[in-house]
Unconditional design. Structure first.
Length: 139
């Protein structure tokens, strides 16, 4: 069954990104995939996303924590994912939604659904990066 929400996958590893895309496709989500923080910012400026799935380890100077803040500042929920358990303490103290790889598909979908429930009341209007607003959701 198709879902109304839209997910942005931010993952620099092609195989993992494709796997996440397959999961969201099979679960009926609309989604887009990008490889980097700069592509994520462009995607958030160009479209309206409900949840961003962000790998903690990113190329360049921004890590997933910084990208999650950018996503949240634009009204998008965020889930940090990592296979590097050295990030566990920081994740636990961050107040962020997160998943440790490997995770079950059901865990990912439940976390997305939890974020959608938490943010449903706040999804009337969201600000774009350029200061303009997306139209209010109607469906």
């Amino acid at each position: 069954m198709p879902r109304i929400c839209k997910v942005l996958i931010v993952e620099n590893d092609d195989d993992v990104r494709d796997l996440l895309g397959d999961i969201f496709h099979d679960e009926g989500f609309r989604f887009s995939m990008v490889k980097s923080g700069s592509e994520m910012r462009e995607a958030l400026d160009d479209d309206d996303y409900d949840v961003a799935i962000i790998d903690v380890t990113q190329p360049g100077h921004e890590d997933g924590f910084a990208l999650a803040k950018i996503a949240r500042d634009q009204g998008c929920g965020a889930i940090l994912v990592t296979g590097d358990h050295r990030h566990l303490e920081r994740l636990q103290g961050s107040g962020q939604h997160y998943l440790l790889k490997p995770f079950r598909v059901q865990q990912l979908v439940e976390t997305v659904d939890r974020i959608l429930t938490e943010t449903a009341a706040r999804c009337v209007r969201r600000k774009r990066g350029d200061g303009s607003f997306f139209p209010a959701r109607t469906g």
